[in-house]
Design a protein around this ligand. Sequence first.
Ligand code: ATR
Length: 273
Amino acid sequence: MGETFAVIGDPIDHSLSPHIHSAAFRELSLDCSYIGYRIPKGELEEGIEGLKKIKINGFNITIPHKIEMMKYVDKIDESCSLIGAVNTVVNEEGVFKGYNTDMDGFLEPFKKKNLKIKNCTILLLGAGGAARAIVAGVAKEEAKSITIANRTLGKAIELSEFAKKIKLNSNAIQIDNIKDSAKNYDIIINATSIGLKNEPSPITFDGIKDTTIVYDIVYKPMNTDFLKKAKENNAIIIYGYEMLLGQATRAFEIWHNMEAPYNAMKKALLGGF
Ligand code: ATR
């Protein structure tokens, strides 16, 4: 019998994960299916019981359940305990094991393009769940320091404390106080939801070097104003879809114990735009 996978969240109908994973199954002729399953906020427990009943083989978790899902896994991988959120579950004969592939997904484009994080100074916009996975990732890659800029300063301070705990030099500022300081950083990352609704870039890139890496984790639209402005200033660009692809290929490898067909998955993802 074929295996069944899903992505749970709300909203879910715009998720590109079913396209990406279905393309991988086709490419490798695997008898598997992957569906989007809407579970509204407050209904996670019942939703998870349903998935257990149908003996789902594995699933991804997206907004708004990544943190709450920690309560419903029986075992967790160390990526999960570090980040405090789950985005991938494997069903091992009724035992749900949780992973977090956001950190590896975030790092993947750096590896693919041979771009170094070690000893770099980083400016991170945002202090939510995704930002936390990024802090863990750049700490692992031995960045020199990180400045966390957020609309709500308290959350930036909290995330900055986490960074220090995992031995990454860090400070927190209010996002409006970045002003013209972008040029002081080697890597600039947007981990806020600014751009999803075509909002203008929250910062300017005046005076940055052409070796500066600018990374937006918003993947829809693909060309956010943040990335457009960075391109006008000759930065090296990393698109949000590259992180999405990185976390999807990692989830595939956890579920299927084989190398993910990266190119087929990328083609399906880009076709979804
Ligand atoms: P995710 O799991 O995707 O990181 P999240 O935890 O809800 O989602 O985090 C969203 C981030 O985007 C937060 O840093 C949020 O700032 P606040 O902590 O101040 O809420 C940021 N954000 C969302 N909308 C924003 C806006 N219009 N301007 C500035 N920051 C915004």
